[in-house]
Design a protein around this ligand. Structure first.
Ligand SMILES: *Cc1c(COP(=O)(O)O)cnc(C)c1O
Length: 397
């Protein structure tokens, strides 16, 4: 038998420090203890039946082999039409789109293709957890600009963004609407990002997986696409995901839109990560993108009811909650409830009343953990009865 202690087999893997994600850990804890799971952000209601039915039929009809490298032609055409209809953005389906294994692969292939040792990537903190790992894998360095809780949600200091850019900066990696804060970046914020990208000749990668999950109401924000800003088209990769838009997170169908030379670079990497994936699901998503807009409005309308159910319920329990403008998530200030360590607070919550949520610390750099240490993230993309049960349990806390 090999002595794994002394053997080279024991050498830590490239991302050894990352271990299992807290999402998997909390979901496992929730499942083992029968807790209500408001941790991981996956919907527990089925997506539009038209979308599901097309994928089912595609399997029956034999669409079960490798898709072409860039994606199924029907999906590429549907993405181009959707971009034109929704953003007045003209996209060539043959050279400016790449279908990926979810947004996660789109982000990874983009960063791995375009960044390396000596480069820096600027992103906003808290950030989606795959960003840190992906930037590290590429060999580049991460520089973060803090988003801070403010009166109207969350905001960043423009000077912090300017100050984060150095001669080594290669890319700004931006997520709007933003997970975990639910922030939709404003027109002025995006204009500043565009100005800096042009001034310093930077690439922009925008993670827009929640593009269709923006809530309505007085002073509701509008999601805008950075690539449609003047002179940004040639330097921006826009990333979307069917998982979030159509409540099919298990399908892992995402895509990148960008200028041909950038999409070719990303394709070169992507082909050796997964080559292609999800042939019948790609056809289902193509049908989804062709649904009338009111079908998507119905999905986000139901989600908004769940947001109001959860946030209203937490408020009546006296829990300080920030009502998000978009996404699946609301932030609670656990510090105001006596929680000084978000992770411990989440473990206590799951053990004492059986509700699983996510400590926001996982979306912060190690050195900035204190900023997230008072905050926890609740997912409300769950059935009405599940949220009601969670609120009943939290009332006993
Ligand atoms: C869910 C999510 C992703 C991953 O999307 P997949 O299509 O499931 O890979 C990427 N970015 C953000 C901000 C997300 O919330």
């Amino acid at each position: 038998m090999v002595n794994t202690e002394s053997s080279r087999l024991a050498r830590p893997g490239r991302l050894g420090a990352y271990g299992t994600t807290v999402f998997a850990e909390m979901s496992a804890l929730a499942a083992a203890s029968g807790a209500v799971n408001l941790g991981q952000g996956f919907p527990d209601e089925p997506g539009p039946v038209e979308v599901l039915e097309v994928a089912r039929q595609a399997i029956t009809d034999g669409a079960n082999q490798y898709a072409p490298g860039r994606g199924m032609p029907a999906l590429l055409d549907a993405i181009a039409d959707h971009s034109r209809r929704t953003y007045s953005q003209d996209v060539d389906p043959n050279s400016e789109i790449l279908v990926t294994a979810g947004a996660t692969e789109a982000i990874a292939a983009s960063v791995l293709a375009l960044c390396g040792a000596g480069d820096e990537v600027v992103t906003f903190e808290p950030f989606y957890d795959s960003y840190a790992a992906t930037i590290e894998l590429s060999g580049a360095r991460r520089r973060v600009v803090p988003l801070e809780p403010a009166d109207d949600g969350w905001a960043f200091d423009p000077e912090e963004l300017r100050g984060a850019i150095t001669p080594q900066t290669r890319m700004i990696l931006l997520n709007t609407p933003h997970n975990p804060t639910g922030r939709v970046f404003s027109h002025d914020e995006l204009a500043l990002v565009a100005e800096l990208c042009i001034e310093h000749d930077l690439l922009a990668v925008t993670d827009e997986v929640y593009e269709h999950l923006v809530f309505s109401g007085p002073a509701a924000p509008r999601h805008e696409r950075l690539a449609t800003f003047d002179q940004m088209r040639e330097r921006t990769l826009t990333i979307s995901s069917a998982g979030k838009t159509f409540s099919v997170t298990g399908w892992k169908i995402g895509w990148v839109i960008g200028p041909p030379f950038l999409v070719s670079s990303v394709t070169a990497v992507k082909q050796f990560l997964t080559f292609t994936n999800g042939t019948p699901f790609q056809l289902g998503v193509a049908a989804g993108l062709r649904l009338p807009d009111d079908r998507l409005h119905r999905v986000v309308g139901r989600l908004q009811e769940r947001r109001d159910q959860l946030c209203g319920g937490l408020e009546s329990l006296g829990w300080p909650v920030m009502r998000p403008q978009a996404t699946y998530f609301a932030t609670v200030d656990a510090g105001a409830l006596g929680g000084t360590d978000a992770r411990q607070f989440c473990l206590d919550l799951v053990q004492s009343v059986g509700v699983a949520v996510i400590p926001m610390t996982v979306f912060y750099d190690e050195q900035h953990r204190s900023s997230g240490n008072r905050l926890v993230r609740f997912a409300f993309c769950k059935r009405e009865s599940v949220i009601a049960e969670a609120l009943d349990r939290l009332a006993k806390w």
